[in-house]
Write a protein that binds this ligand. Structure first.
Ligand SMILES: O=C(O)CCC(=O)C(=O)O
Ligand SMILES: [Mn+2]
Length: 200
């Protein structure tokens, strides 16, 4: 995004949520270059997760970066942070300027193909505090992002997260809604997602 562009913003029309979608936050060339760079140079890890007492491989690869040494815990996984790289720091700064927020950490997800996924959850760990702001950047293959209201079963939404997009979830979103990236049988390539968070 150049300094003088005003990116298109779409506010999702959802009750009890504040979600802004910037479909082309990064131009296509930048998005493709960032996908390659992050794919090659990230120390991807494959964690085990426990579901109803059984151990499985998490269906995606991850890496965690932060500007302190505090581990991040979710779903029985504890992630030790790497220090921010200059590249991740520059992406963080761009997003901080747009959102007028500051972030202290970034969780990277690599979805190798359509069989990689991220199950229903909310980013509501107590270290994130009340009404956390989560800024989520996508590079590579388009994937469907599903949302469902925790209490009102008829309230659901889905959108395609396109290459170079930014999705900002804030307000009560994490307390009232769940989200997921579902598997797809379509033959698709890799996707990298970055979620910037502020850990208290
Ligand atoms: O890959 C995505 O778009 C979502 C990732 C996500 O929800 C998370 O890491 O908490
Ligand atoms: Mn999430």
């Amino acid at each position: 995004m150049s300094l003088f562009d005003t990116p298109e913003i779409i506010r999702l029309p959802l009750q009890d949520a504040e979600i802004d979608y910037y479909p082309q936050f990064f131009g296509l060339e930048d998005a493709n270059a960032l996908l390659d760079e992050l794919y090659q140079n990230t120390p991807w890890q494959e964690d085990d997760i426990k579901v109803y007492g059984k151990i499985y491989k998490q269906p995606r690869l991850t890496a965690f970066y932060a500007n302190n040494q505090t581990a991040y815990r979710y779903s029985n996984i504890s992630m030790t942070p790497h220090p921010f790289t200059p590249l991740l720091n520059s992406i963080k700064t761009t997003i901080e300027e747009t959102t007028k927020m500051t972030f202290s950490s970034c969780l990277l997800n690599l979805y190798r193909d359509g069989q990689d996924s991220n199950g229903w959850h909310a980013d509501d760990e107590k270290e994130l505090g009340k009404n956390p702001v989560i800024a989520s950047v996508s590079f590579g293959a388009e994937r469907l992002f599903h949302l469902k209201h925790k209490k009102i079963k008829t309230h659901k939404h889905k959108l395609n997260l396109q290459n170079g997009s930014l999705l900002v979830m804030k307000g009560e979103t994490q307390h009232q809604w769940l989200h997921q990236i579902s598997k797809t049988k379509k033959p698709i390539g890799k996707r990298i997602n970055l979620t910037f968070r502020l850990l208290k």
